[in-house]
Design a protein around this ligand. Structure first.
Ligand code: SAM
Length: 288
């Protein structure tokens, strides 16, 4: 029996029921960025490269305003354009991913489908996404360096001047090619980092300073997030992650290293390194 013949999965009741890699911190940052754009009158379409079963696309679709469109591009159940990409697909997605399953998930939350481009993201290099038409682009498709370089190029051309790009897996152990492409875009192609979460890099080719300042104006810490600030080659970057509230108030200023609760610190210190790493991995995948 193939996955296409299998009984359909029950309809998801919340977007978190949809399998995927889109966790609390990034759900909140996406929502905040898209709401901020709406409040500031920054219009434009939304583009997602790499959709899988729709977990992040469902949130993107819920931020569309009248006249805006969401376009998603994914291979779904089509062949990958090269062997390395085929291997990546076989390892991570082939057992579970069909376009039909994505569409069913999306329609559980929205009245109509987004524009679906079932193709390698390289197909977008033909200019089918009009230049300067998008306010937000989420790049979460292939993890191969050459592909991500091209995806960033597509995103840059598609974005309005103050548009935002979100890049997944910019620092994961198994995705060095993404890291290389992302930081190359910063150092060679003018991308300005604004916010880093455990899973995603957020940047703009527009006014990063204004965006960063507004980001800091939300009381993320009061809501239980950890927030720190770094300077990377003159770029001010805000690091944001979901964390339990500290056991006591930090004495250091805003954006300094957070305190961990005593029990959590002890647990992390006392566990053998393998268990500590495993625990951190699980926490990261839970968005914590
Ligand atoms: C990590 S998943 C996306 C996860 C999704 N954004 C979420 O939040 O759940 C990566 C997706 O990229 C797709 N993909 C991989 N290589 C691709 C390529 N060259 N072109 C288009 N899609 C690709 C895979 O089919 C898979 O659905």
């Amino acid at each position: 029996m193939t996955s296409a013949d299998a009984a359909p999965a029950p309809a998801p009741r919340t977007p978190d029921d949809v399998p995927g890699w889109f966790w609390k911190t990034d759900q909140q940052v996406f929502g905040w960025l898209l709401d901020r754009q709406s409040a500031a009158g920054t219009g434009g379409d939304i583009l997602e490269l790499g959709t899988y079963l729709g977990r992040s696309a469902i949130l993107l679709g819920s931020h569309l305003r009248p006249g805006e469109t969401l376009t998603v591009c994914d291979l779904f159940d089509s062949d990958a354009p090269d062997d390395d990409n085929s291997a990546e697909m076989a390892m991570s997605y082939r057992g579970s991913l069909t376009r039909r399953a994505f569409e069913a998930n999306y329609l559980a939350f929205h009245g109509r489908l987004p524009t679906v481009i079932q193709a390698p993201t390289s197909a977008l290099a033909d200019g089918r996404i009009p230049a300067g038409s998008c306010r937000f682009v989420h790049v979460d498709a292939s993890h191969l360096y050459e592909h991500v370089v091209d995806d960033i190029r597509v995103a840059r051309a598609a974005l309005v001047p103050d548009g935002v790009i979100a890049l997944d897996d910019y620092r994961a152990e198994h995705t060095p090619g993404v890291a290389a492409a992302v930081w190359e875009a910063v150092f060679e192609h003018g991308l300005r980092p604004v916010c880093l979460t455990p899973d995603k890099f957020y940047g703009t080719w527009g006014d990063a300073g204004a965006l960063g300042q507004e980001l800091c104006a939300r009381d993320w810490r009061g809501e239980g997030f950890r927030m720190d600030q770094d300077t990377i080659a003159h770029h001010t970057v805000h690091r944001l992650a979901w964390d339990e509230p500290p056991a006591f108030a930090p004495e250091s200023p805003r954006c300094a290293t957070p305190h961990r609760s005593v029990p959590r610190r002890l647990a992390l210190d006392l566990l053998p390194p393998i268990a500590t790493r495993a625990l951190r991995r699980v926490r990261r995948h839970l968005g914590r």
